[in-house]
Design a protein around this ligand. Structure first.
Ligand code: HEM
Length: 181
């Protein structure tokens, strides 16, 4: 049961971030509404890069090892700095700007974008649901861009102390009643 609920809720949180992005940068709406699949994919990837969903992923070293010259004894808790990786100026141009186009201009390496863990999912613990997540987010972002709604006053600040985090008010929409049918 939890294996169904947890990923479903996680994808819904990304859709909330997609709504937040469309509200803050409405210039992306027409291109998404047109359903350009390459742009929809780029938009989904930029939501996963830009927003601070899980800021880090943790694990324990199962044996003594050395990482880039640093000895790591067995049992050490290691945190993968996901947010830092996604906002590293050495990898991303203007990392604090929301620009889906960055994913159209250049491809990403396997371990550049790691909101669902890094490495190879076949041999490690990287999320095996990543392709499903991107596919759902891509489709739902296009639907969102096509939906007619207004955004009532609310608190859309995103607290960085909460893990995982969301806009304080969630994202409340007033959806226009569809005529006919
Ligand atoms: C917003 C969506 C999602 C996020 C943010 C997310 C994130 C993560 C993260 C951070 C991990 C741990 C990675 C690691 O320890 O290296 C993980 C593992 C996992 N995820 Fe996801 N996930 C999402 C959606 C999904 C979906 C849709 C599925 C299934 C269809 C799924 C199935 C799993 C499973 C089974 C694991 C455990 C893998 C293992 O331990 O070998 N996740 N996920």
């Amino acid at each position: 049961m939890l294996n169904v609920i947890r990923p479903t809720v996680a994808v819904a949180w990304y859709v909330t971030f997609a709504a937040h992005a469309l509200h803050r940068w409405p210039e992306h709406r027409p291109r998404l509404r047109d359903g350009d699949p390459a742009f929809a994919e780029a938009f989904a990837q930029e939501v996963r890069r830009f927003y601070p969903f899980a800021p880090y992923v943790g694990g324990r070293a199962v044996q003594d090892l050395t990482w880039r010259g640093e000895p790591v004894p067995e049992g050490t808790m290691i945190l993968l700095d996901v947010y830092g990786q996604h906002h590293d100026e050495a990898r991303w141009k203007r990392p604090y700007s929301f620009r889906p186009e960055r994913f159209l201009d250049a491809g990403v390496g396997r371990d550049d974008l790691i909101p669902q863990g890094g490495g190879d999912p076949h041999t490690g613990h990287r999320c095996p649901g990543e392709a499903v997540t991107v596919g759902l987010l891509r489709e739902l972002a296009v639907r969102l861009a096509r939906l007619r709604y207004s955004v009532p006053p609310q608190d859309l600040r995103i607290p960085l102390r909460r893990i995982p985090t969301l806009p304080r008010s969630g994202f409340v929409m007033a959806v226009a009643r569809q005529s006919g049918g």
